[in-house]
Design a protein around this ligand. Structure first.
Ligand SMILES: Cc1cc2nc3c(=O)[nH]c(=O)nc-3n(C[C@H](O)[C@H](O)[C@H](O)COP(=O)(O)O)c2cc1C
Ligand code: SF4
Ligand code: SF4
Length: 606
């Protein structure tokens, strides 16, 4: 079970299943699995019975468990309908599919859609997430049964380190943690760097608000990360590795720790791996959850026990990284792609996606979107396919306004660019970036000035303060944005923000400051009229910035039902029953509860 499922009540469902199976003395194997991605329909229970497709029951509750067990035992699906079925599973590393049953689809399952017929899954291609939701992350045998550790065996027994690097270079794999640096080139530089002792590091810090791709991978398929790291260590010539995970990810830490123990026991970590003489081991280091500690040099400083502050980039970490030794650091998703590249070949991998952005990318699709969840799509997929097909559009039939990609220092892509291909270069040209895969969707009720203010405020609190352009610059940008949202914007503010942005980008030591102005610049670029409305007309067109809005009661429409007055948290609404009510503007905190409550559309926003 992944955190997303547990947050929806999966533990209670699991406990109820365990109890029901034990009480009835049933011969059913109960196991846990990570997230399949469609987190909006969690908790999901998959049932695999002989001669049947794999059936997935969504939004399960503990109360539904006895009914589900009845139906499973009797082979009758009446009263409880699965969300989808799987007729076969893809064994990606072997390049083959394995059917769950032979012959034709049983009659009672024929009306249930296949997983790939669902719009959420139809255009997804799972490489990094190949095992998430399909295996028990605590059971290494299940990982092996799906081809796990065959790539490691292939690399160690049939390939030289240079062959491995060449294969990764051929794949075109670019780092999934933010910068998109070519992985094979980084490995090659680290291999060539002088030094007996070298390190490989996995960056599992994942500090972007709304992002949980890496958490899901570490929770749902920890061995894929380990296997990628062991292959990388062999290629680079490292014997020690670290996985840096934030302390807020206890399940990821537990599953990784468990997997490391299993790998050691099986001779896949430690001395003489697979009898080849190669030696490598991995330790887990827990971070305290600072966003800046995801930056490679700050992460290494933190690993060394120092304050998590970045350092200048002219000293390359592949030559002088952790403890000044040559170090290769990659993101969780980057590592999880490696076994597939070695098993299927770099050429195969480069055939997926587009020319300079090969393979797939995992995104956490959150915000104002119907199908909230984790999605893995081929690079270059049009944004509209992610928003409307996979994501199922905007809740309440509202209008799509923008999507923020690239984390807090990414940019906002407007609705007019809905056809944009989602790849490293297109996102960059649009003033945003891929980042590590957070995708926050916004509807027409979102104020883009307020969004820029929110991200800048986040970055102000996360800046390590080491260099002046970032420490002072984004602090001042934040002050200007706060003023604009409070109706105190001045003419010339946008030009000033633009000039400050250039100075901050040029002068900051690390990419936190270097990319911090992105949300401001991209929202000014695409939503300038909203800034103008705030500054010149002192209006917030989306009705979000509290200083610029006022709730009123339309006396013609108000029936005096008193519903709003009862709900108002500060007793700002007065009036007798069946007579028009009134809002005391001095008391009103502009929470909007009255507007949500009124059934007669009598509350207006001006
Ligand atoms: C402020 C900041 C935070 C970052 N946070 C992360 C993170 O949480 N995870 C990550 O993999 N990379 C993060 N990065 C990018 C890393 O510095 C580094 O480029 C990346 O981990 C390299 O791995 P890759 O080549 O596999 O992408 C961050 C960068 C900056 C500037
Ligand atoms: S740019 Fe910001 S986060 Fe990066 S080193 Fe300077 S002060 Fe620290
Ligand atoms: S907006 Fe909130 S505080 Fe103001 S009147 Fe309505 S319910 Fe009361």
């Amino acid at each position: 079970m992944a955190t997303s499922g547990i947050a929806s009540g999966a533990q209670a469902v699991y406990d109820a299943l365990a109890k029901e199976i034990a009480n009835r003395g049933l011969d059913i194997v109960l196991s846990k699995a990570g997230s399949m991605g469609m987190d909006c329909i969690e908790p999901i229970v998959d049932v695999i019975a002989p001669g049947k497709p794999r059936l997935s029951f969504s939004k399960m509750t503990a109360k539904m468990v006895p009914i589900l067990i009845d139906r499973v035992v009797n082979g009758d699906l009446n009263g409880i309908q699965p969300a989808y079925r799987m007729d076969e599973m893809e064994l990606l590393l072997q390049g083959e599919k394995k059917a769950y049953f032979s012959g034709s689809v049983p009659v009672d399952c024929s009306g249930i859609p296949q997983i790939n017929e669902l719009p959420f899954y139809r255009k997804q291609v799972k490489i990094a997430l190949r095992n998430c939701g399909m295996i028990d992350p605590e059971n290494m045998d299940e990982y092996i049964a799906r081809g796990g550790y065959t790539a490691l065996h292939k690399a160690l027994t049939t390939m030289s380190p240079e062959d491995v690097i060449l294969e990764v270079k051929t794949s075109g794999l670019r780092g999934r943690g933010g910068g998109g640096f070519p992985t094979g080139t980084k490995w090659e530089s680290c291999r060539r760097a002088e030094g007996e002792i070298k390190y490989v590091i996995c960056n599992g810090d994942e500090g972007d608000p709304g992002a949980y791709m890496d958490r899901s991978l570490m929770e749902g398929d920890p061995h894929s990360v380990l296997e990628g790291m062991i292959i990388g260590a062999y290629a680079i010539g490292a014997h020690e590795g670290y996985i840096y995970v934030r302390n807020e990810y206890p399940l990821a830490v537990a599953n990784l720790q468990h997997a490391i123990g299993q790998a050691r026991e099986a001779g896949l970590l430690g001395k003489n791996i697979l009898g080849t003489g190669f030696e490598f081991d991995i330790k887990i280091a827990k971070g305290a959850g600072a966003f800046v500690c995801g930056e490679s040099t700050a992460l290494m400083a933190s690993l060394e026990g120092k304050a998590g502050e970045p350092r200048a980039k002219y000293i390359h970490t592949v030559e002088q990284g952790l403890w000044n030794r040559p170090s290769n650091l990659n993101n969780v998703e980057t590592w999880a792609n490696v076994p597939v590249i070695i098993a299927r070949g770099g050429q195969w991998f480069s055939g997926i996606g587009v020319k300079h952005s090969t393979g797939t990318k995992v995104f956490s699709l959150v915000g104002k979107i119907n199908n909230i969840g984790l999605v893995e799509v081929p690079m270059g997929i049009p944004l509209k396919d992610i928003i409307y097909e996979i994501g199922g559009g905007i809740p309440g039939g509202r209008k799509f306004k923008a999507v923020q990609t690239g984390g807090p220092s990414g940019g906002c892509i407007p609705d007019t660019m809905i056809d944009l291909p989602v790849d490293f270069d297109s996102l960059w040209e649009a003033g945003s970036m891929m980042g590590s895969g957070g995708m926050i969707v916004m509807d027409d009720k979102t104020c883009m000035v307020d969004i820029a203010r929110y991200f800048i405020e986040f970055l102000v609190s996360e800046s390590c303060g080491k260099c002046v352009p970032c420490r002072e610059g984004i602090y001042r940008m934040n002050e200007i944005l706060q003023d604009i949202c409070a109706g105190k914007g001045r003419r010339g503010d946008l030009e000033l923000l633009g000039r400050m942005a250039e100075a901050i980008k040029d002068g900051s030591l690390c990419a936190l400051g270097g990319s911090a102005p992105n949300p401001v610049l991209s929202t000014i670029r695409y939503f300038r009229s909203e800034y103008d409305a705030h500054i010149r007309s002192k209006k917030c067109p989306a009705g979000v910035c509290k200083a610029l809005i006022q709730y009123n009661i339309d006396k013609e429409k108000c029936t005096g039902c008193m519903a709003c007055a009862k709900k108002c948290p500060v007793e700002a609404i007065s009036g007798e029953r069946k007579k028009a009510h009134e809002i005391d503007q001095a008391k009103c905190i502009k929470c909007g509860v009255c507007m949500e409550t009124c059934k007669f559309d009598a509350i207006t926003l001006s």
